[in-house]
Design a binder for this molecule. Structure first.
Ligand SMILES: [Zn+2]
Length: 229
């Protein structure tokens, strides 16, 4: 009998604007992984009124943070599903060392462990340039431009419908800088933690999307090969 493919159980880290969503989509297809965005998962549970969702909603309604244990239970349930058999890609969790410890314990209880932590690293100035250049059509939010990378034919005017282009508050430089500060405060200890464990894999997210993807895919393919030996 052919041996089973070793699991690829991954955590995805990176600042806003690193293109994590795009990379996650591609890696999910490359390696048949379940992409678990914990934010989406939590909203899904709440919307469907599951037991865990109701528990989470109770905390949210009281203006409290949803406890790590509830999120961990959701993750544990999710990775037991068929599409996570070959592995999963966690996005949005853990954010702290305590969460990372709790995740490691929960995975251990399910007889699994993290294979690697994929960090898509992008310098702050590149993030600011990428995000602050975005302009959105006031008539249709899916019409998106970038003043340098994908400019409209006429400044501040949508090519498709002639409507005015605007910058969202989220894309303002001071907002981005604040989000980056929060990101670094939260993530730096987590990066150290996974570096000490030897599971961190760092990728240069300032490179073109295609190149970043090729690099991550090659690294993970090698990892999987090593795991199978
Ligand atoms: Zn438009």
């Amino acid at each position: 009998m052919a041996p089973a493919v070793p699991e690829l159980n991954l955590v995805l880290l990176g600042p806003p604007g690193a293109g994590k969503g795009t990379q996650a989509d591609r890696l999910r297809d490359d390696f048949k992984l379940a992409h678990i965005s914990t934010g989406d998962m939590l909203r899904g549970h709440v919307a469907q009124g599951t037991e865990l969702g109701l528990s989470a909603k109770g905390f949210m309604d009281r203006g409290e943070l949803v406890p790590d244990s509830v999120i961990i239970d959701m993750i544990t349930e999710r990775i037991a599903e068929a599409d996570a058999r070959d592995g999963f890609l966690l996005d949005g969790f853990p954010r702290t060392r305590a969460q990372a410890d709790a995740l490691a314990r929960a995975l251990g209880d399910s007889g699994r462990r993290l294979t690697a932590v994929v960090l898509v690293d992008v310098p702050d100035d590149v993030v600011v340039r990428r995000l602050s250049g975005r302009r959105v059509c006031v008539k249709n939010a899916s019409h998106i431009y970038h003043v340098e990378l994908d400019p409209p034919k006429h400044e501040e005017v949508c090519d498709q419908d002639g409507a005015r282009l605007t910058q969202r508050d989220d894309d303002r430089e001071d907002t981005i800088r604040r989000r980056l500060e929060v990101y670094h405060d939260q993530t730096a200890p987590l990066i150290d933690y996974y570096e000490e464990l030897g599971t961190l894999r760092r990728f240069d997210g300032s490179r073109p999307v295609e190149e970043v993807h090729d690099h991550i895919r090659a690294t993970l393919a090698t990892l999987r090969l090593e795991e199978s030996m």
